[in-house]
Design a protein around this ligand. Sequence first.
Ligand SMILES: [Zn+2]
Length: 435
Amino acid sequence: MIIRARVVVTMDGPPIDNGAVAIEVDRIADVGALSEIRARHSGEIVDLGEQVLLPGLINAHCHLDYTCLRGKIPPARTFTHWIRAIISEKERLSAQDYIASIHEGFAEAKKFGTTTIANLTAFPELVPQVNPPIRTWWFPELIDVRSPERTNEMFDLAVDALKSALESADTSASAVGRTCRGELSKRSRSRGIAALQNWGLAPHAPFTASRKLYRQCEEMARREDVLLTTHLAESRDEMEMFSESRGPLFDSLAQMGRDNSDLHGKTPVEHLAEFCTFDDRWLLVHLNELPAGDTNTLLRSKTLPHAVHCPRSHAYFGHSSFPFRKLRELGFNICLATDSLASNDDLNLFREMRTFQRNEPALSPRQILEMVTVNAARALGQGDRLGQIAPGFLADLIALPCTGSATAFEEIVACKATVTWMMTDGKSVNLARLC
Ligand SMILES: [Zn+2]
């Protein structure tokens, strides 16, 4: 199949006017000017007309469980007040509510051009009841603050539930093996839902997950070769709790039963660095509170962890400025993400790009688009498979209307429409269907 569009933005070179992409099964076979592609390939030509064709967007951090909490929690006085509010909202929700919420979130992410999502779920046991319509990294969100004596049991239950859900999806698609950070190897040509699913581990945050839990996650991630993610250094409350052993988060967690005896005046980053090795297996989400000593701590590993910034969730909380320029100068790979709808309005990465652009006006639209394509693919260990339109890459593509009134990159970042066409794994996605 050959897909033609007015302009093809490959993220692997300059945009191609009157461009075309040749697709073979689930992969991109070739990309170039339409005349070149027609000369080199046969097959049906799908002409998308006056549109820009680009790699599908990648949301590097989300919680689809909480799609149904959109608008339910007004911005709170402190991060700790928000934590209390979400805990009380969650008490009202059933398993069916969460399943509906995850489906609704997938449908919305898809509408806004997301073809890959890193999704944390507090309910890995519900994953078998969900068929993701887009490429999904499932991360069980692990918390043992209320019952530290049950860390092993909770960890085993969560990981077993998720692994068996993905293995049964593998069996149904007759795929073989899952290696290299969870990606399927030698995938069956019948593909199907299994080809779209991967996994990793998400100890929630240093204030809700114990040293023992973080260690277990790192050990399993190395053994199974999967990714790790955690919320880190997000709020002033978290910083105050760890560095000064006081404040609203300290008090609130003490009331929940956290003994807080592990706090020794260190920052959240220093605290975790005592027992975690922050290498490129880690996606560190937020990093708003990052004194100079902490960046040095993060620089100690042979490979750097990836940083994930959620611009609109960040604005909702009124967090300290995200140290983008400092992290970039030090060589960190930085991605953008939505976080959950308990602290955001929608799952639209175009709006995340525009919010970030207002905060960092010196960045070019191309650099901003990289943060939800090339950079996010690298963070997921997929820099040679996702985030670009290049031979050998997976055929995850989207199209948007374009007028030619600005550069293709400017038009993409400014896009206020929903996407008009999408392909994941070489198959057209029905945008009208929920999922
Ligand atoms: Zn989050």
